[in-house]
Design a protein around this ligand. Structure first.
Ligand code: NAD
Length: 264
């Protein structure tokens, strides 16, 4: 079977710049033959996105803040008007107050807990509901998670709880939407150098640690994550749903650091 997205149309949410995971996925999906539309958050990100979107032949760009229903309505109305239906959506969106991606998890504030969970988890449920209405022939929904959902990762804090909720939402959505032929999966890459990644205290140490210890001895690339997204959105991934697919070079199998990196 050839893995292709020829004839498929999808919405990519979460490109901030050329380092964004959403951009790595968009590029790979475009190379595989997909036609793409994009959302961006605010004018500054919109300006950065324009040339990137143009490079993959897209001029369907819409400003969306996932906490703003009117902007979500506008995005899905645009898709409905221009395409009539949708084959896949990539949700690569997360946010927490940077001040709480440092220090103790115990000090998480109610306001930031609510905002982080709303943006990083609820938005996927909202997107799924809207996208499913445009997927009469089935489709694929993808989100991005991180192993901090299951294992304590210093300073990941409230984002770990948000990702645990997102992973659970992935399973519940997969069950609700399965009868409609919609598959729902999450990709879990190891740490990557992006704007969101850099907001977490100790990010450099984390990149170095995973690079030196993961079985593949390197960090995840945009191409590796993009390839996994292409597979999941393609007919080759036609029976995978409710899954958390790790793209971390095998880091999750480790019980302890490699011997050469142990400090005794
Ligand atoms: P990024 O900063 O490039 O992308 C994050 C995106 O979220 C940005 O485009 C931003 O505009 C968007 N966003 C935040 N709040 C929003 C809101 N209210 N409305 C609309 N958009 C909003 O960083 P990234 O690392 O590419 O992040 C993409 C996804 O990948 C996130 O879910 C992140 O948690 C996840 N992830 C990242 C890593 C990593 O190490 N970078 C690892 C695993 C998972």
């Amino acid at each position: 079977m050839t893995i292709t997205l020829n004839g498929k149309r999808g919405l990519i949410m979460g490109v901030a710049n050329e380092r964004s995971i959403a951009w790595g996925i968009a590029k790979a999906m475009s190379e595989a033959g997909a036609e793409l539309a994009f959302t961006y958050q605010g004018e500054a990100f919109g300006k950065r996105l324009e040339p990137l979107a143009a490079s993959v032949g897209s001029d369907m760009l819409v400003d969306v803040d996932v906490t703003d229903d009117a902007s979500m309505d506008a995005a899905f109305d645009m898709i409905a008007q221009k395409w009539g239906k949708l084959d896949f959506v990539v949700h690569a969106i997360a946010f927490s107050d940077k001040n709480e991606l440092a220090g103790r998890f115990t000090d998480t504030s109610r306001a930031n807990f609510q905002n982080s969970l709303t943006i990083s988890c609820y938005s996927f449920i909202d997107v799924a509901k809207r996208a499913a209405a445009l997927m009469p022939d089935g489709g694929t929904l993808l989100t991005l998670t991180y192993q901090g959902a299951n294992r304590v990762t210093p300073f990941y804090n409230v984002m770990g709880v948000a990702k645990a909720a997102l992973e659970s939402a992935t399973r519940y959505l997969a069950n609700d939407l399965g009868p409609q032929g919609i598959r729902v999966n999450a990709i879990s890459p190891g740490p990557m150098k992006t704007l969101a990644g850099a907001a977490i205290a100790g990010a450099r140490r984390t990149y170095k640690h995973t690079e030196q210890n993961t079985p593949m001895r390197q960090n995840a690339s945009l191409e590796a994550v993009g390839g996994t997204a292409v597979y999941l959105a393609s007919d080759a991934g036609a029976f995978t749903s409710g899954e958390i697919i790790r793209v971390d070079g095998g880091f999750h199998v480790l019980g302890m650091p490699q011997p050469e990196n142990l400090v005794m």
